[in-house]
Design a protein around this ligand. Structure first.
Ligand SMILES: [Zn+2]
Length: 70
């Protein structure tokens, strides 16, 4: 499956950006269009009989959904 979501690196010279950790997470994670899609992907990755180890959260950087392990 090709990775969607490849983005260029942020411009150099950025100093303090309170959104930066989230932006970095956003840039490295898969993005899903909806919570339902993210959740279904999370469930596909779990061993049978176990709950999802990741949960979807809404990303206000890109407006999509990502999965977080905690
Ligand atoms: Zn995002």
């Amino acid at each position: 499956m090709p990775r969607r979501n490849r983005r260029p690196p942020p411009p150099a010279g950025v100093t303090f950006d309170p959104q930066r950790p989230r932006r970095e997470a956003c840039a490295t994670k898969e993005r899903y269009d909806s919570e339902a899609e993210a959740r279904s992907i999370a469930l596909m990755n779990v061993p049978r009989g176990r709950g999802a180890a990741t949960k979807p959260y809404h990303c206000d950087v890109c407006g999509g959904w990502h999965l977080t392990s905690r």
